[in-house]
Design a protein. Structure first.
Length: 125
């Protein structure tokens, strides 16, 4: 599970960054900014890649979490090879990622309770 912890942390960071990138900016504002679309897509790619690497044990332990959603979102966002639907990117980051990140935080907190502390980090008597 330590790998799952790392992957969840990366997913939370990517989701938080994507949400921050659309905060206070509409889809047209995202499109007008040369750097924002690329940053958003990068964060969606991180979400997708990390989600596909999570252990089956973890995803089966929390079946209520839409683990396949990052891949579906990426597929919806990219329409062909050269076109990106920024309305979908914006809506997804603004409306879906906050709840997804909250699920990830809940699971990470539960895992941190379950993960034993390495001996080198344990307090000495």
């Amino acid at each position: 599970m330590p790998r799952d912890v790392l992957l969840l942390e990366q997913m939370i960071e990517a989701a938080d960054q994507a949400v921050a990138l659309v905060q206070g900016v509409d889809a047209a504002g995202v499109a007008a900014d040369r750097m924002r679309p690329g940053a958003l897509l990068w964060n969606f790619a991180v979400l997708d890649e990390a989600a596909t690497q999570l252990s089956t044990e973890l995803t089966q332990r929390y079946p209520e979490v839409p683990w396949r959603q990052p891949a579906r979102l990426r597929n919806r966002i990219i329409d062909g090879y050269w076109t990106i639907d920024l309305d979908v990117v914006h809506t997804t980051a603004e409306q879906q990622l906050p709840a997804f990140a909250a699920d990830l935080r809940r699971i990470l907190a539960a895992l941190m309770i379950d993960v034993p502390m390495p001996e080198s980090d344990q307090p000495s008597d």
